[in-house]
Design a protein around this ligand. Structure first.
Ligand code: NOJ
Length: 560
C-alpha cells in the first residue's frame, strides 16, 4: 500500500463561528482561531479543516457563498486569513479549506447577473427551467424542505436549489463554469493551502431532463436524489478537476457524499482513477433513523454499525482510503448519540474515540468532541439558529399540526445545532467563548465540560484523545494494518483485529452500560504483548479468553 502523509494525519474540523471570538461580537473569528492554535498543536493535530469562511449572507452559516475569494466580514479580513495560514504552517500543521461548488449564494455576482435576463452570459451558470402546468418544473424536494425550485418573476422561469432558496445550484454541464471553478481553486492552492473538503460534491452532475422523483401518497414533493446523487458525469467532472487542478499540488482531498456506497466510493477514491482521496459516507450516520429519514428516531443496533463500518474497512482496503468520523457540524454529538452523556460521559466518549481511531483511515475530530461536549436541549424553537431545524419544525408543527413535544424530541436528538453551540473553553461567562452575547446559546453544562478543566486533568477525554493520536504516530499498524471484525453478532461488544507485517492489534470496546464478558474466539490466534490504552485504571489482564468488561470499557492490545 502506498504511504501518504494524509493517511498518517489526524484532522480537526473548525466551525469558525462557534470556535473562539476574539473581538467580543459574539461570533467566532479568524483571529480567535490563531489564538487557539497551540491548543490544537498540543492535542497532536496535523491538519485543520476550516468550514467556510468566505463572503456569505449566512443563510446556511457560510455554505451559501457570495464571493469565493473574499472573507466573511464577521470572521475578519484576508490579511487575518493569511496570518492564520502562516501560523498554522509555522506550527507544522496543514490547512484544508471547504469547497462549496454545488451551489453559490443567490447574492453571488454570477447569480445576480444570471437572474437579469435569459440571455445574460451568466444565465447558464445555473439551472433554469420553465414551469409545468403552472407548477414547478419537477417534484423534487429541497433538503431543507419545500420545493427544490424557486420561481423568478423577472424571467418567468424557476431555478433549482437542492438546499435553501438562497443556494441556487450551479450548472456543471457548462464548461465555462467548470473552468471558472478550477481557476478559483488554483488561486487558493497557490496561496498555499493543503487541500479541500468538498461540500456535497457527488451532487454536481444531474440526470439530463431532471425527471420526477418517486412520488409518495400524501406528499407534495418527492426525493429526486436518484437523479442527482452520483450522477452520470460525476466521475468525468472529478477526473477533469483532478487533471486541471488537484494533481498539480501535494494536497489532501475529501468529498462529502450523501448516498455514496462502498462500490461507488471505490471509484471515487481508487488511486489509479485520479479523482479524490477520501469520501465522507453517511451510511453509519443513518443507522439510528427509521424509514422516514433522519427525524424518525430509531435506536442503534450495534451489529448494524459493525457490519457497516466493517464493509467500508474491507471494501476500500488496498484501493481507496477511508475517512473516519463520528461528528461534524451537521451531526449530533456522538457521546449523546451512541454513548451516554450522563453517568458515563467520560467513559463512553473515550470508548467511542478508541473504536474509531483504531480503524484504518484518516480520523476527523470535530471541535469539542475531544472534551466530550454534548447535545443541547433548548426549550424554545426560537433559540435554534439552524435553517434545517427551523424549517422542519415549521413544516411538521406549524403547517403539519404534529405534536410540538414529539418534534422537539427529534430535534434534541438530531438538530445540527447540537454541534454548533460555542466551544466551551472554560467555566467563565459564555464558556470563555466570547465577552459578548454569543450568536447561539452556550450549552449550560460548560462549568463541568470545558477545555481548561480537561487540559488540567490527566484522566480527561482530552488527554485520552492526545494519547490515541500519539499511538497512531508510533505504530504503523494503526494506519496501515488490515482489518478483521470478530464477534460480528454480539450486541454489546465491538471488537476487531488489525494485522500488519508481524504485529497484531486487538481492539475491544463495550458499547453498553452493562458489564459484559469478552471471550476471544477459539479460532483467533493472538498473544498480547502490551496494553496500549484503556479507558479505566490500567489492569494488566492478559487472559483474553475470559475478560469482564466494565461499562463502556475500551482496551487496545498490541501483540502477535
Ligand atoms: C453539507 C454541509 O455540510 C451542510 O452544512 C450544508 O448545509 C449543505 N452541505 C449545503 O451546503
Amino acid at each position: 500500500m502506498n504511504k501518504n502523509w494524509w493517511k498518517e494525519s489526524v484532522v480537526y474540523q473548525i466551525y469558525p463561528g462557534s470556535f473562539y471570538d476574539s473581538n467580543g461580537d459574539g461570533i467566532g473569528d479568524l483571529k480567535g482561531i490563531i489564538e487557539k492554535l497551540d491548543y490544537l498543536k498540543d492535542l497532536g493535530i496535523d491538519v485543520i479543516w476550516l468550514s467556510p469562511v468566505y463572503h456569505s449572507p449566512n443563510d446556511d452559516n457560510g455554505y451559501d457563498i457570495s464571493h469565493y475569494q473574499k472573507i466573511m466580514d464577521e470572521f475578519g479580513s484576508m490579511e487575518d486569513w493569511d496570518e492564520l495560514l502562516h501560523e498554522i504552517h509555522h506550527r507544522g500543521m496543514k490547512l484544508v479549506m471547504d469547497l462549496v461548488v454545488n451551489h453559490t449564494s443567490d447574492e453571488h455576482e454570477w447569480f445576480e447577473e444570471a437572474r437579469k435576463s435569459k440571455d445574460n452570459p451568466y444565465r447558464d451558470y445555473y439551472i433554469w427551467r420553465s414551469g409545468k402546468n403552472g407548477k414547478e418544473p419537477n417534484n423534487w424536494r429541497s433538503s431543507f424542505g419545500g420545493s427544490a425550485w424557486q420561481y423568478d418573476e423577472n424571467t418567468d422561469e424557476y431555478y433549482l436549489h437542492l438546499f435553501s432558496k438562497k443556494q441556487p445550484d450551479l450548472n456543471w454541464e457548462n464548461p465555462k463554469l467548470r473552468e471558472e471553478i478550477y481557476r478559483m481553486m488554483r488561486w487558493w492552492l497557490d496561496k498555499g493551502i493543503d487541500g479541500f473538503r468538498m461540500d456535497v460534491i457527488n451532487l454536481i452532475s444531474k440526470v439530463p431532463g431532471l425527471p420526477d422523483g418517486p412520488q409518495k401518497a400524501g406528499k407534495t414533493y418527492a426525493s429526486g436524489s436518484k437523479f442527482y446523487r452520483n450522477g452520470p458525469r460525476i466521475h468525468e467532472f472529478l477526473q477533469e478537476m483532478n487533471k486541471e487542478v488537484l494533481s498539480q499540488y501535494d494536497i489532501m482531498t475529501v468529498g462529502e457524499m450523501p448516498g455514496v456506497d462502498v462500490e461507488e466510493a471505490k471509484k471515487y477514491t481508487d488511486y489509479r482513477r485520479n479523482e479524490l482521496q477520501m469520501v465522507f459516507t453517511f451510511e453509519h450516520m443513518g443507522l439510528d433513523a427509521g424509514k422516514d429519514g433522519k427525524w424518525d428516531l430509531k435506536p442503534l443496533a450495534l451489529p448494524d454499525l459493525k457490519e457497516n463500518l466493517s464493509k467500508w474497512q474491507t471494501g476500500l482496503h488496498g484501493t481507496g482510503w477511508n475517512s473516519l468520523y463520528w461528528n461534524n457540524h451537521d451531526q449530533p454529538r456522538i457521546v449523546s448519540r451512541f454513548g451516554n452523556d450522563q453517568k458515563y460521559r467520560v467513559e463512553s466518549a473515550k470508548m467511542l474515540a478508541t473504536c474509531l481511531h483504531m480503524l484504518q483511515g484518516t480520523p476527523y475530530i470535530y471541535q469539542g468532541e475531544e472534551i466530550g461536549m454534548t447535545n443541547i436541549h433548548f426549550d424554545a424553537i426560537e433559540d435554534y439558529r439552524d435553517i434545517e431545524t427551523r424549517n422542519i419544525y415549521h413544516e411538521k408543527v406549524i403547517e403539519g399540526n404534529e405534536d410540538h413535544h414529539s418534534v422537539m424530541e427529534s430535534i434534541y436528538a438530531k438538530s445540527r445545532d447540537n454541534t454548533r453551540t460555542p466551544f466551551q473553553w472554560n467555566d467563565q461567562l459564555a464558556a470563555g467563548f466570547t465577552t459578548g452575547e454569543p450568536w447561539i446559546k452556550v450549552n449550560p453544562n460548560y462549568e463541568e465540560v470545558n477545555a481548561e478543566k480537561a487540559v488540567n486533568d490527566e484522566n480527561s477525554i482530552y488527554h485520552y484523545y492526545r494519547k490515541l493520536i500519539q499511538l497512531r504516530k508510533q505504530h504503523p499498524i494503526i494506519v496501515y494494518g488490515d482489518y478483521q471484525l470478530i464477534l460480528p453478532d454480539h450486541d454489546q461488544i465491538f471488537a476487531y483485529i488489525r494485522t500488519y507485517e508481524k504485529e497484531k492489534l486487538l481492539v475491544i470496546t463495550n458499547f453498553s452500560e452493562k458489564p459484559v464478558a469478552f471471550q476471544l474466539p477459539e479460532n483467533e490466534e493472538f498473544t498480547p504483548k502490551e496494553l496500549l490504552i484503556i479507558n479505566y485504571e490500567k489492569e494488566l489482564e492478559y487472559n483474553l479468553r475470559n475478560l469482564t468488561l466494565k461499562p463502556y470499557e475500551a482496551r487496545v492490545y498490541l501483540g502477535i
